[in-house]
Design a binder for this molecule. Structure first.
Ligand code: HPA
Length: 271
């Protein structure tokens, strides 16, 4: 794999002018932040050697290099999900490549279902910890010692200073925000009522089908991490006759995206 990461980074390096300092992963319906990047260079996933190709509707599938909040960034518009059939080495491949390109900070976003009874549809949650509930671990297999240690400590994954700054920005902009624990599962099914209750019993506040693998790999290779969830649906529906659809998840994410973008751009300025 090491050679593949290098090969992909070499290909990308020929196309970009500046080395990115920050990697950003934009979740379902949250791609709008990508349009704020100045002097953008777009590279489609399908044009990048060794990259998998995203298959889900609403995930446009490209890297965007350029300037945001005064920093050089690389954003993934569309990510690779485990439920699409990729194994974890490919779900996390772009995060490895980001590090090879020079990024030592990672911002991840996602759409998530809220189990915390205080959370409402359309709320934002800063991720301050996570639970890995995926059936496959992204670091399983021979460790690449050049990238990180065999047994990474996971007690300080989400960078405390970034959380503090994000809280400050939210307050200054009158954006109400929560902090909480994200549990990542395989999907593609959403949870049964019993599963949502189980996850709540685990201590999780929100659930989704991404983020945890990428964060584990980013942490393994020493990146500083900030994560944010948009609560697109509540685990207990006010109207029990309604169900959760992908369209609803994307619509709510799209509506909340400007608030999330405000916080993320403010954070990047201060990173
Ligand atoms: N469960 C899992 N993934 C999700 C959800 C959910 O309720 N909402 C958005 N992504």
């Amino acid at each position: 794999m090491l050679n593949k990461y290098k090969e992909t980074a070499d290909f990308i390096n020929l196309k970009i002018k500046h080395q990115p300092e920050i990697g950003i992963i934009l979740g379902s319906g949250l791609g709008g932040l990508g349009n704020k990047i100045k002097n953008p260079i777009f590279i489609k996933y399908s044009d990048i050697p060794n990259f998998p190709v995203s298959t889900v509707e609403g995930h446009s599938g490209q890297l965007i290099f350029g300037e945001l909040g005064g920093k050089q960034v690389v954003a993934m518009q569309g990510r690779f999900h485990y439920y699409e059939g990729y194994d974890m080495k490919f779900v996390t491949f772009p995060v490895r490549v980001m590090k090879f390109l020079g990024a030592d900070k990672l911002i991840v976003s996602n759409a998530a279902g809220g189990m915390n009874p205080k959370f409402r549809q359309g709320d934002l949650m800063i991720i301050n910890d996570h639970i890995n509930n995926f059936p496959e671990h992204p670091l399983r297999g021979k460790n690449i010692d050049e990238l990180g240690v065999r047994f990474p400590d996971m007690s300080k994954v989400y960078h405390a200073e970034y959380i503090r700054i994000a809280e400050e920005i939210a307050k200054a902009n009158n954006i109400s925000i929560h902090q909480g624990i994200y549990i990542g599962s395989s999907g593609p099914t959403l949870e049964t009522p019993a599963e949502y209750r189980l996850f709540r019993t685990f201590g999780a506040d929100a659930t989704g089908m991404s983020t945890v693998p990428e964060v584990i790999v980013a942490h393994h290779q020493g990146m500083k991490i900030f994560g944010m969830s948009v609560i697109t649906n509540e685990s207990v529906r006010e109207n029990p006759d309604e169900i959760t659809t992908h369209e609803e998840v994307q619509d709510v994410a799209g509506l909340v995206e400007p608030k999330m973008t405000k916080i993320i751009v403010g954070l990047i300025e201060r990173m």
